[in-house]
Design a protein around this ligand. Structure first.
Ligand SMILES: Cc1cc2nc3c(=O)[nH]c(=O)nc-3n(C[C@H](O)[C@H](O)[C@H](O)COP(=O)(O)OP(=O)(O)OC[C@H]3O[C@@H](n4cnc5c(N)ncnc54)[C@H](O)[C@@H]3O)c2cc1C
Length: 504
């Protein structure tokens, strides 16, 4: 918010008031690609591989590089208390094929492509389908503890979760990976913000210029891995690339996810992919009481989404991202997910109820539909009609004649008590756009040429998803592509850097 002589206005109102919206947004884009050049640092230190970020992608990359014999440094702009970025507050679900069979891997690949409307990166989706099971075993070999695979309604893929379970296990899992790294000599350097990539005369990346309390320091390496997360905490980028109104949306993740790595890579010539509009973000309808963990994602498919007019607004069987995006278009952006005593027994619903209870977030309950309507602030007549129409349309687990149709998981709402996750409002979970990479995690220029010595993995790398997303896919991406980036980066030798300016 900016305060001026006209009172308090937010940046969007300010821009609109000037009638300059589009122009300023364009200027913003140009400015982001042009950073001031920093002077050469007086201090420097040499490693084989320099990693930016201590989230799951950074930790997977650093451990893999170290296991391959590299001397590794990880730069983290936060202090030890703020370590781990969005990975530290994630649900902890990692998407894997249901087993190691060819058929299961094909299903995983197909589900990824289907969820991203066929516009996700097929090459990277294939890598995840082939390698995520193995990567999970590798993670366990590093000491991380994971649950047995669970099913999330609507997906053929399964998910393992960092123990003890959803929204609880990530800090411990990441701590294990940090301990594993440092025990073997790897360095994590806190309160050190990567500012710029250092390039040699052949256009290869040979280090990172970073800033700490004492000023600038150059961390030189044969290769650099950007694993600095997304841009959900960068209001300017959200407003510019996602939607002029996106600066008003709740952001579920850390404010420090400011797209630093995307901007550094772009200055070094890398291309960005999937940076346009709402297809480039993940949105979930969550409780404002806990925007991170107050997400009944496992329940969505079984419930009925109800807006403030007492009407349904989405095919709930499409899952929690489709619901989240649809919730943005509903009156006052507030919705309820309703269910009855029978539906409450479904494992996904029971798990979400338990999750909310554990967080101390009330679940609305009522003996009658009218009472439920009153408690969720909608007309009882409207809600009665919506439920009656829906119940009449339920046939063989579908409600194809309902408005809107529900393609699966359709159960009649008829057995008291009646319940609602309410109020829920849309929040951005993660950003889908980012640095274009190859299947070896090499950063690429617009013409496909790889930037020698530069790798990107995790949320900062873009294009894997488009519009929607499979739950657990981002941590699977961090793990698989982080590990690949680490292995690849460790194999780069200083002497090879001179002739690396070739097509990838
Ligand atoms: C509430 C919530 C729940 C989620 N649940 C799941 C889930 O269950 N499953 C799933 O697959 N995905 C989930 N996601 C998405 C997933 O957590 C993220 O996409 C993923 O953790 C990103 O990991 P990362 O390693 O790429 O980046 P991050 O984990 O964000 O780590 C990036 C790190 O880089 C550091 N950094 C940034 N810039 C610099 C710089 N200039 N210099 C030095 N350091 C820097 C940051 O401080 C941070 O520590 C969830 C997201 C949220 C917000």
């Amino acid at each position: 918010m900016e305060k001026g002589k006209f009172g308090t206005v937010n940046r969007r109102q300010f821009i609109r008031g000037l009638g300059l919206g589009a122009g300023l947004l364009t200027i913003g884009k140009i400015d982001m690609a042009q950073a001031a050049l920093l002077p050469k640092a007086k201090r420097s230190e040499k490693f084989n591989v320099v990693v930016i970020g201590t989230g799951l992608a950074g930790m997977a990359a650093a451990n893999a590089a170290q296991n391959a014999g590299a001397k590794v440094a990880v730069l983290e702009k936060m202090g030890e208390k703020g370590v781990g970025g969005n990975s530290a507050l994630a649900g902890g679900l990692i998407a894997i094929p249901r087993d190691g069979s060819r058929e299961a891997k094909e299903e995983y690949f197909e589900d990824f492509m289907k969820k991203s409307s066929g516009k996700g990166n097929a090459v990277l989706s294939r890598v995840l389908a082939e390698q995520s099971l193995d990567a999970v075993e590798w993670l366990k070999s590093l000491g991380a503890e994971l649950t047995a695979p669970i099913t999330v309604a609507g997906y053929r893929v399964k998910c393992v979760i960092f123990k003890p379970g959803a929204y609880k296990g990530m800090p411990k899992g990441l701590e294990t990976l940090r301990a594993n790294l440092t025990k073997k000599g790897g360095k994590i350097i806190y309160e050190t913000k990567a500012k710029q990539l250092i390039m040699n005369e052949y256009g290869a990346v040979v280090g990172v210029r970073a800033e700490d309390a004492a000023g600038l320091k150059d961390y030189l390496g044969d290769a650099v891995i950007i694993a600095s997360g997304g841009y959900g905490g960068n209001r300017e980028m959200l407003e510019t690339f996602v939607d002029p109104n996106a600066d008003d949306m709740m952001v579920r993740g850390v404010k420090t996810a400011t797209g630093d790595g995307l901007n550094m890579a772009r200055e070094a010539g890398a291309m960005w992919v999937n940076m346009g509009g709402m297809a480039s973000v993940h949105v979930a309808a969550v409780s404002a009481k806990n925007t991170a963990a107050g997400n009944p994602f496992m329940a969505v498919a079984y419930t009925l989404g109800i807006n403030k007019e007492g009407k349904r607004y989405v095919d709930e069987s499409l899952g929690y991202v489709a619901n989240g995006k649809a919730s943005m278009k509903q009156p006052v952006q507030t919705v309820a997910l309703i269910f009855d005593e029978e539906i409450k027994k479904q494992p996904g619903v029971a798990a979400s109820v338990k999750q909310f209870e554990g967080l101390g977030i009330d679940i609305v309950s009522a003996d009658t539909i009218s009472e439920l309507a009153t408690k969720i602030g909608v007309s009882a007549t409207a809600l009665d009609k919506t439920i009656a129409d829906f119940n009449a349309a339920v046939k063989d687990g579908k409600a194809l004649d309902a408005q809107p149709a529900k393609a699966a998981f359709a159960y009649k709402i008829e057995k008291p008590k009646f319940y609602a996750f309410y109020p829920l409002s849309p929040g951005i979970t993660l950003t889908f756009g980012g640095i274009k990479t190859t299947e070896k995690a090499q950063a690429q220029e617009a013409d496909g040429k790889v930037i020698s010595g530069l790798y990107a993995s995790g949320e900062c790398a873009g294009g894997l998803y488009y519009e929607d997303y499979i739950g657990g896919a981002s941590l699977a991406n961090c793990l698989v592509m982080g590990r690949i980036a680490g292995q690849q980066a460790a194999a780069v030798k200083g002497s090879e850097k001179k002739n690396k300016a070739k097509k990838g």
